[in-house]
Design a binder for this molecule. Sequence first.
Ligand code: ADP
Ligand code: MG
Length: 146
Amino acid sequence: MIPTGEFTTQSAEETFELAYQIGETITASMVFLLHGDLGAGKTVFAKGIAAGLNIDPAEVSSPTFTIINQYDARMQFYHLDLYRIEGEADELRELGLEEMLNEPNAVVVIEWPERLGGFKIPAAYEVNIRDLGGDARSVLIEQISR
Ligand code: ADP
Ligand code: MG
């Protein structure tokens, strides 16, 4: 069961731990859309989910330049950073996003989902991370379906 609602974390470790606990509970295909400014903690959150899926977080690097990183663990873990994407359907198709979303046992975590443009994700957890000053962050988790 994925917890929803607003959480406040006081450090990167706490954000990691929150995401880790979520990752641990995942047993079915699932999508996370991570919203938040640069430096909010989206990649920290993604690493926590990965760790919960038994992936060594030291091996999880930000896909800022590669756009997509894939890890084979308890589930397939796809970590995307769409910052450099223009939001054109062709680019997203080339990434194989459609296939990822239909794969069994796949966890898809997307940073900068705003860049999806018109590409519709049918069901996902939206995670909104907001800097509250210093190391404090608000982490709002909501379940959406379209
Ligand atoms: P993003 O992927 O959103 O651009 P990162 O996860 O790469 O951001 O970086 C977040 C930065 O903020 C890291 O340097 C992390 O150590 C720091 N940080 C400080 N406090 C927190 C917190 N409460 N949660 C997450 N990251 C935090
Ligand atoms: Mg990032």
